[in-house]
Design a protein around this ligand. Structure first.
Ligand code: SAM
Length: 275
């Protein structure tokens, strides 16, 4: 018998993968959690029926959400990740020797537990002495920290359930205040093919809160449409002005000096969303 997993990404579109094995299924306080092993993409974390990360393509998203802001800041020492319970962003952040502390602020402790058990390649750095895991709502966390972080990353689920409040202007203002005077912020902001209105509205909010706002792209095959955006807000440093010589080679599979620059080259239909 063949078993297949289908995520209905929109009411008219989906992704389907053949399942090798279902490793874990549970309902946590916040969401439905599934860990399946697929023939094409390997082990896959699925929250509320939506693919979060897979062994085969996770490096793209985790490298791009982390290294673009971390190399934009000349000396990131204290970093926070809001969401990101699989640990992939923390793994990338801790590749930077300048980082003294990386705080993971994840609302659902079950996501961390399941990722540690079934996705060790991704969650590998969560027990590092420089990593701190806080099980807490990211919205409250940023309200309670002022002038503290060099870089904050919002590695969230789609804007539904507990993540709705991570896509609003008030939250970006709290992030602005939680950053030091030269801090950098980045958030995953979905697909330009399917979520254009959201990208436009987040970009506008970030532009109103930060002196520098930029949108950049990467390709994640298991995310809806495959083309994914990140919105970056910065108080001082412009990601477009990063000197290539300051980008150290850190065992990358997707990010590079060239990609740092190229990721900000937007096709006209994407550019239009933020003009
Ligand atoms: N890379 C992923 C993507 O784009 O699909 C995101 C992965 S990570 C698993 C997303 C995490 O955000 C989830 O574990 C979820 O529990 C967490 N999350 C959602 N809302 C949150 C909030 N308000 N505070 C902290 N974490 C939150």
């Amino acid at each position: 018998m063949e078993l297949w997993y289908t995520e209905k990404q929109t009411k008219d579109l989906g992704i389907t993968c053949k399942i090798k094995e279902t490793l874990h299924v549970e309902k946590s306080e916040f969401q439905h959690i599934a860990l399946i092993d697929t023939n094409q993409y390997g082990r896959m974390l699925v929250l509320d029926g939506t693919v979060q990360t897979t062994i085969q393509d996770e490096f793209v998203y985790h490298e791009m959400i982390s290294h673009v802001p971390l190399f934009t800041h000349p000396n990131p020492r204290k970093v926070a990740v809001i969401g990101g319970g699989d640990g992939g962003s923390i793994r990338e952040i801790l590749k930077h020797k300048s980082v003294e502390k990386a705080c993971l602020v994840e609302i659902d402790k079950k996501v961390v537990e399941v990722s540690k058990r079934y996705l060790p390649e991704i969650s590998v750095a969560l027990d590092d002495s420089r990593a701190q895991v806080c099980i807490e709502d990211g919205i409250e966390f940023v309200k309670n920290h002022k002038n503290e972080f060099d870089v904050i990353m919002v590695d969230s689920t789609d804007p539904v359930g507990p993540a709705v409040g991570l896509f609003v202007k008030g939250f970006y203002q709290s992030i602005h205040d939680a950053l030091k005077e030269d801090g950098v912020f980045v958030a995953q902001t979905e697909s330009p093919f399917l979520n254009g209105e959201l990208i436009t509205s987040v970009y506008k909010d970030v532009q109103e809160v930060f002196p520098i706002a930029r949108l950049y792209l990467c390709c994640v095959p298991t995310y809806p449409s495959g083309m994914w955006t990140f919105t970056l807000g910065s108080k001082k440093f412009d990601p477009l002005k990063v000197e290539e010589n300051n980008i150290e080679e850190l065992d990358f599979k997707y990010y590079s000096k060239e990609i740092h620059k190229a990721a900000f080259a937007l096709p006209p239909f994407v550019k239009k969303l933020v003009e």
